[in-house]
Design a protein around this ligand. Structure first.
Ligand SMILES: C[S@@+](CC[C@H](N)C(=O)[O-])C[C@H]1O[C@@H](n2cnc3c(N)ncnc32)[C@H](O)[C@@H]1O
Length: 373
């Protein structure tokens, strides 16, 4: 089986590195999706459970030229749906069309669904559609249609622990990528001075403790009759064995008491509460007993929270704080255009990442290298 893993713009390389660490070194990134070949249902189970920054795990079922609806129908009907979908399966078709002659989503959806139903009715004349969900994706790009089956169900950012998101939370998958893109390792203190719902501190703890992010939830494929139950069982037991126990030093601060309350709830639901200290505090007042550490934050910004002036003032304040904690590494995800000027220093590294559809920059302001300390 070939698998496709969609990744948010800017973090494809992070997902590739995570895949390599999970034993998939030959993954290739194409158009925002990472492709893996020769995979099994056990790989599907492992990736859904363990991958921290991929958005979903899709099985690629077919690929064909689709310049008109007849070709689309025949191509979709060439898939042996009756071997994949149970008698009571509920099939939903979602579509994507880029630079192609077929672009009317409703019509593509309707033709695709009819083709799936036609194949299913060869085996099951009456379809109940009361059982497991099968989300079929028809991705038509440059007149070539790729048919994918989504094994995840809800996106992989839904870990299950963040039940009451506070204002403008980061996707868990993006937060995990920001942690990976930093120099933080579990021996160093970690801080997020604008922690909101607690996503960054919790994702840092999950990484450090090698907790498989999907252990607290279910995936669509677990209800499919075509999948050997042993696949999930073995992946779950591997994921449980991966966990390590160690001491961590993780701090989350937020000016809002409500946010801090929710952070504590989320950390407890993620099973990492004992590893993180959440405090209601103004980021401007932050001090640390540690001479070095790593702060990763996405401070509020104009488009979504507060106003632009507040965001600009916070960038200035963070620049001042950085100068008082000069052995700390500071990372900020922000769409504020002149963040570096306001911060008072050019970033040592800057990369573009999309957060909730907004183009942001991820700025790294380094402290001195450890051997220079
Ligand atoms: C964009 S949200 C952070 C979202 C967070 N990363 C998450 O995933 O949930 C920004 C947060 O900064 C907090 N905040 C605003 N001004 C602050 C300040 N001066 N000090 C600390 N926190 C502040 C807000 O209460 C809000 O929770």
């Amino acid at each position: 089986m070939d698998l496709l893993i969609p990744a948010a713009t800017g973090i494809e390389a992070v997902v590739k590195r995570q895949l390599a660490l999970l034993g998939y070194p030959n993954a290739k990134a194409v158009n925002g999706r990472i492709a893996l070949h020769d995979c099994s249902w056990t790989d599907v189970a492992r990736l859904n459970l363990m991958l921290r920054s991929g958005e979903r795990v899709l099985v690629r079922l077919a690929q064909f030229a689709a310049e008109d609806f007849d070709a689309l129908f025949d191509g979709v009907a060439s898939v042996p749906w009756d071997e994949l979908v149970d008698k009571t399966g509920r099939v939903t078709v979602v579509t994507k069309s880029v630079n192609s002659q077929l672009f009317a989503h409703h019509s593509i959806q309707s033709v695709g669904k009819k083709a799936v139903v036609k194949v299913l009715q060869r085996r099951y004349p009456v379809l109940a559609e009361t059982g497991a969900d099968y989300r079929v994706e028809l991705d038509i790009t440059n007149d070539v249609c790729t048919v994918n089956l989504d094994t995840s169900g809800e996106g992989l950012h839904k870990r299950g622990y963040r039940t009451q998101p506070y204002d403008a939370p980061l996707k868990e998958t993006t937060a995990a990528a920001l942690v990976d893109l930093s120099v933080w390792n579990p021996d160093k203190p970690f801080a997020d001075l604008f922690c909101g719902s607690g996503t960054l501190p919790i994702e840092a703890a999950i990484k450090a403790l090698r907790i498989a992010p999907g252990l607290g939830r279910k995936f669509a494929f677990e209800r499919w009759g075509c999948v050997d139950v042993g696949a999930m069982k073995s992946a779950r037991s591997e994921a449980q064995d991966m966990r390590v126990h160690r001491k961590l030093n993780i701090f989350g601060g937020d000016i809002s008491p409500k946010a801090v309350e929710l952070c504590a709830l989320h950390a407890s639901q993620a099973g990492v509460a004992e590893h993180i200290t959440f405090v209601q505090a103004d980021a401007a007042q932050f001090t640390s007993e540690y001479s070095y550490g790593v702060n990763i934050s996405n401070p509020p910004y104009g488009e979504r929270l507060g106003d632009v002036q507040q965001a600009q003032q916070l960038a200035r304040t963070m620049g001042k704080l950085y100068r008082t904690l000069d052995k700390w590494n500071f990372y900020f995800l922000s769409p504020v255009e002149d963040f570096e000027r306001l911060f008072g220093r050019r970033a040592d590294k800057k990369r573009y990442i999309y957060n909730a559809g907004i183009k942001c920059s991820y700025y790294a302001f380094n402290g001195p290298k450890p051997n220079a300390r």
